[in-house]
Design a protein around this ligand. Structure first.
Ligand SMILES: *[C@@H]1O[C@H](CO)[C@@H](O)[C@H](O)[C@H]1NC(C)=O
Length: 235
């Protein structure tokens, strides 16, 4: 009898897990998002996902995958807890640029994820080492200036907006991109970014109410560090 009950319990748990994994729908109003163009970076995304969960974050994790990603890779991602969404590549208008940039404008599609209130975008080659849920307090657009006066598109916080996305799409063929990809485009689009104020997650809501909502905020270097910065600091 006891074993029957425990066996029943086991199947209830299995069913619960299956139905949760099955729906693959958005559950939270904010999401961590990454982009996968092919299976080459599958391991990177899996490690990123585990690193996000290891910080205790419970927000949706969305992997935007393009045609080059195999069914097998998608299955693994779903099993890891990613919501997998298919996207078509946004072609690169600067076609004279190197081939490896083909499709990199696709990243701009995160601005179109209007079923979410806020999106924290992380490149597939990043890992999270401390909880970064604070980033969802960013207002409209947050990124880092990295190694230069240019914003880096590897870590960004975006408030998805149909009007901004439409505006970007209308400028994609005319605005200059020094990289031939999304990062160069975003630097031209947010040309005033080097003058953006530092993002302060702990600013009280009262203080925020008295100031106009900034179009862009600059993230502390701590949010997008790399080995190069570590070396520069003589560590
Ligand atoms: C932007 O989002 C809308 C609504 O989800 C969708 O219909 C449209 O196809 C998207 N645009 C692009 C270029 O992905």
């Amino acid at each position: 009898m006891k074993s029957l009950v425990s066996r029943l319990g086991f199947w209830v748990v299995v069913l619960a897990i299956l139905s949760a994994a099955d729906c693959g729908q958005s559950k939270t109003e904010d999401a961590y998002v990454t982009l996968l163009y092919g299976d080459e970076f599958l391991l990177g995304v899996r490690v990123l996902g585990k690193s996000i969960r290891d910080t205790g974050a419970t927000k949706d994790m969305v992997a935007l995958v393009s045609d080059g990603v195999s069914d097998y890779a998608e299955k693994l991602l779903r099993a890891d807890g990613w919501i997998v969404q298919h996207i078509s590549l946004l072609s690169n208008p600067n076609s004279v640029r190197p081939k490896r940039f083909w499709g990199v404008y696709t990243k701009l599609k995160i601005f179109n994820m209007t079923n979410y209130r806020k999106v924290v975008y992380l490149d597939a080659d990043t890992i999270v080492i401390k909880n970064i849920d604070d980033l969802f307090k960013c207002r409209k657009f947050c990124a880092n200036l990295k190694h230069s006066e240019r914003l880096n598109s590897g870590v960004m916080v975006v408030e998805p907006s149909e009007s901004i996305f439409t505006d970007m799409m209308s400028k994609v063929t005319t605005l200059y991109s020094y990289t031939g990809g999304d990062q160069g485009f975003l630097n031209t689009y947010y040309s005033d970014f080097p003058n953006a104020h530092l993002f302060e997650p702990d600013l009280s809501t009262d203080a925020m109410k008295t100031r106009p909502v900034p179009e862009m905020e600059r993230l502390s270097t701590l949010y997008n560090a790399d080995v190069g910065l570590y070396m520069l600091a003589n560590k």
